[in-house]
Design a binder for this molecule. Structure first.
Ligand code: DC
Length: 228
């Protein structure tokens, strides 16, 4: 696999991106670039340090710190650990509080600038599967393959609800629906790198597809384009 080889997978919350990107990276022997985890890590530190959303300089320096010290480690199978220095923050970045504040934090242009810099650096080391909202549109416009995963909102709500219940989280389906609607709205309407279908992206509607079907269709697209 050549250096700098990039496959981007963008899409709205709970469209299946994370699962698909993780497995694809594992099966193709590429580094996973989970940009959502990076924005979540910035949000976690911001909350821990009591930084307000209007304290731009402090937010930017937290983002720089995360950009320089976050590692996404693929374990056996398709398990992923998120490390900040030697601290394992895999679980903490999935907390309800982080979920609530991650969209406003990631809408701050100075935070995004630091994240984009770190994300491009990660791809210099070798091939990546980059997953997020603006991977194909802003961070890697020249990616070899660009995928946009989507699914009907009710299906995305159902998937996220099941995921949370399996983790023994105490939520109702109405709460999950509200959170997804809120995230969709902030992620799509912010001025810095809004969620949109990147130029040249192939759209896959995963509403009625299994994870395996999605992965095999992306592998086919990669093979057709000579990427992988
Ligand atoms: O993929 P996720 O749910 O872990 O992402 C969490 C949030 O991070 C999402 O609501 C918006 C933000 N995000 C972003 O702004 N840009 C990205 N490339 C990835 C995520």
């Amino acid at each position: 696999m050549s250096k700098g080889f990039v496959i981007t997978i963008d899409g709205p919350a709970a469209s299946g991106k994370s699962t698909v990107a993780r497995r694809l990276a594992y099966e193709m022997g590429l580094q996973l670039l989970d940009s959502g985890a990076m924005y979540r890590a910035v949000t976690l530190l911001t909350l821990e340090r009591g930084i307000g959303i209007s304290e731009i300089e402090k937010l930017a320096s937290v983002a720089e710190l995360i950009g320089n010290n976050l590692r996404i480690v693929m374990e056996k199978g398709d398990r992923v650990r998120i490390l900040f220095g030697s601290r394992d923050i895999t679980e903490e970045i999935r907390s309800a509080d982080v979920g609530k504040f991650v969209s406003p934090v990631s809408a701050v242009p100075e935070v995004r600038a630091q994240m984009v810099r770190a994300q491009r650096n990660m791809a210099l080391a070798g091939g990546v599967v980059a997953e997020g909202r603006d991977m194909g549109s802003t961070v890697f416009p020249d990616a070899c393959v660009k995928i946009f995963l989507d699914a009907l909102k009710q299906e995305r709500v159902r998937r996220r609800y099941i995921e949370l219940i399996e983790k023994s989280k105490d939520v109702t389906i109405e709460e999950v629906e509200k959170e997804i609607e809120m995230r969709d709205s902030i992620d799509s309407s912010r001025s810095a790198s809004p969620l949109r279908i990147p130029d040249g992206a192939i759209i896959i509607d995963t509403t009625n597809m299994t994870v395996e079907e999605v992965i095999s269709s992306i592998k086919q697209i990669c093979a057709n384009k000579g990427c992988g």
